[in-house]
Design a protein around this ligand. Structure first.
Ligand code: NAD
Ligand code: WQD
Length: 342
C-alpha cells in the first residue's frame, strides 16, 4: 500500500473527522479543508490529540474556485476525499438554491483544480437517498434510475452523474462513490462525535440528547408501518466502520484501473426506531421516554443495503453492532453534553 497525501474536504465534520483519524493511522498524510459552516474549530485540537500529529487546516469555502485553485497550486495531493456539503434534508426544501450552489459548486471547484494539478483520485460522499422511493430492498448499486425526493438528495444524484461524465472523458481520474446508509456512533475515545447544531434532525443524536437530559422526550415518527413493531427500519452503520470503508475504497481505486466504482456502505440489515431506543437505554442505563406520533413526510418504511459488493471487493464489512453504536454515542454525549466547546 502506498502512502498518499490526501485532501479531506469537510474534514472537520462528523464523518470527515473520524475518517481523518483512520487515514493517519493507515499512514497517510492528511490535509483538511473546511469552511466551518457546520463544524467547530475546536475539533481540530481533538483530532491532533487523537492522531498525535499536526494537521494542516485550510479554512475556506470550496465554492470559491480561486481559493481552491490556489490551494492546489501550492500543495500537491494524491487524492481528495470529498465530504464537504450541506446535508439537512428538511432545510434543503426551505433553501434549495443554497444546497444546489454549495454542494455542486464545491464539487466543480475541486474537479477543476484536481484536473489542472494532476490529482487523479476522488472519493465522494454519496447517500442511500439516491435510490429514491421505489428501489427494491435491499438496495443494490446497479439500480437505476437514481432519484431523490429532496433538493439535498438531488444534489447527490446530480453529482454522481457529473462524476461519471467527467471520469468518462478524463484519462486519469478515478472515482469512488460511497453510498452511506445511516451513520451513527462516535470514536471509542468519546473525544470526537456528531455535534448537530440546534434541534437534531436525526434519530440517534436526538435519542442521545434525551438520555443526557438536554431534551425531554423523543417523538417516534410513525407507529403503523408494515414492520415487525410498526416503526420504521433503517440500516445504521457505525461511523468507525464507515471511516474504515473510506480508507479501503481509497486504497482500492489507487491500485485498480476501474474508472468509476460505486459501493454501498451499510450493514445489510434493518433496525427499527424502537429497537434503537431499547439499545440506547441499555447502553446508557438512562430512560428514553417517547411518544408515538404521526409519520414524518417523505420517510420510507424500511430499507437497508446489499453490502456484498463492498464486502467482496474491498474486503470491508460493517462490524459494529447497534449496541456498540449506542455505547459509543453515549460515551461521546456524556463527556460532551453540549457538543464541542466554541
Ligand atoms: P457534516 O456537516 O458534519 O460535515 C460536512 C463538513 O463540510 C462540515 O464540517 C462543513 O463545515 C463542511 N462544508 C460544507 N460546505 C462546505 C464548503 N462549501 N466548503 C468547505 N467546507 C464545507 O456532515 P457529515 O455527516 O460528516 O457528512 C459528510 C458528507 O457525507 C456530506 O456530504 C453528507 O451529505 C454525506 N452523507 C452524510 C450522511 C449522514 O447521515 N451524516 C449520510 C449520507 C451521506
Ligand atoms: C431514522 C428513523 C425517522 C428522528 C437521513 C437522510 C438520509 C441520510 C441519513 C444523508 C426514521 C425516525 C427520527 C426523530 C424519529 N442522510 N425518527 N424521531 O431519515 O433515515 O435518513 O439521514 O444522506 O438521506 O434522510 O434518518 O435519523 O432522520 O431517521 O422517529 O426525532 O428515525 O422517522 O424512521 P433517515 P433519521
Amino acid at each position: 500500500m502506498s502512502v498518499m497525501r490526501v485532501l479531506v474536504s469537510g474534514g472537520a465534520g462528523y464523518i470527515g473527522s473520524h475518517t481523518v483519524v483512520r487515514l493517519v493511522a493507515a499512514g497517510h498524510d492528511v490535509v483538511i479543508v473546511d469552511s466551518f459552516a457546520n463544524a467547530k474549530p475546536t475539533v481540530v485540537g481533538r483530532l491532533e490529540a487523537l492522531t498525535g500529529t499536526d494537521l494542516p487546516v485550510h479554512a475556506f469555502d470550496l465554492t470559491d474556485k480561486d481559493k481552491t485553485e490556489r490551494l492546489f497550486a501550492t500543495e500537491k495531493f494524491d487524492a481528495v476525499i470529498h465530504f464537504a456539503g450541506l446535508k439537512a434534508v428538511g432545510e434543503s426544501v426551505q433553501i434549495p438554491l443554497d444546497y444546489y450552489v454549495n454542494n455542486l459548486e464545491s464539487t466543480f471547484s475541486l474537479l477543476r483544480a484536481m484536473r489542472r494539478h494532476g490529482c487523479d483520485l476522488l472519493v465522494f460522499s454519496s447517500s442511500a437517498t439516491v435510490y429514491g422511493e421505489v428501489a427494491p430492498v435491499p438496495y443494490q448499486e446497479d439500480y437505476e434510475p437514481l432519484s431523490a425526493s429532496s433538493p439535498y438528495g438531488r444534489t447527490k444524484v446530480m453529482i454522481e452523474h457529473v462524476l461519471r461524465d467527467v471520469a468518462g472523458i478524463d484519462e486519469r481520474l478515478k472515482v469512488a462513490m460511497l453510498r452511506y446508509f445511516n451513520p451513527v456512533g462516535a470514536h471509542p475515545s468519546g473525544t470526537i462525535g456528531e455535534d448537530p447544531q440546534g434541534i437534531p434532525n436525526n434519530l440517534m443524536p436526538f435519542v442521545a440528547q434525551v438520555a443526557v437530559g438536554r431534551r425531554e422526550r423523543l417523538q417516534v415518527f410513525g407507529g403503523d408501518y408494515p414492520t415487525a413493531d410498526g416503526t420504521a427500519e433503517r440500516d445504521y452503520i457505525h461511523v468507525e466502520d464507515l471511516a474504515a470503508g473510506h480508507v479501503a475504497a481509497l486504497q482500492w481505486i489507487a491500485s485498480h484501473d476501474r474508472k468509476v466504482s460505486t459501493w454501498n456502505l451499510g450493514g445489510g440489515r434493518g433496525t427499527s426506531v424502537l429497537q434503537v431506543v431499547a439499545a440506547f437505554e441499555k447502553a446508557s442505563g438512562m430512560p428514553v421516554p417517547y411518544d408515538i406520533v404521526g409519520r414524518r413526510e417523505g420517510d420510507l418504511a424500511a430499507y437497508w443495503a446489499d453490502p456484498s459488493r463492498a464486502n467482496a471487493e474491498l474486503g470491508w464489512r460493517a462490524e459494529r453492532t447497534i449496541d456498540e453504536m449506542c455505547a459509543d454515542t453515549w460515551r461521546w454525549q456524556r463527556a460532551n453534553p453540549d457538543g464541542y466547546p466554541d
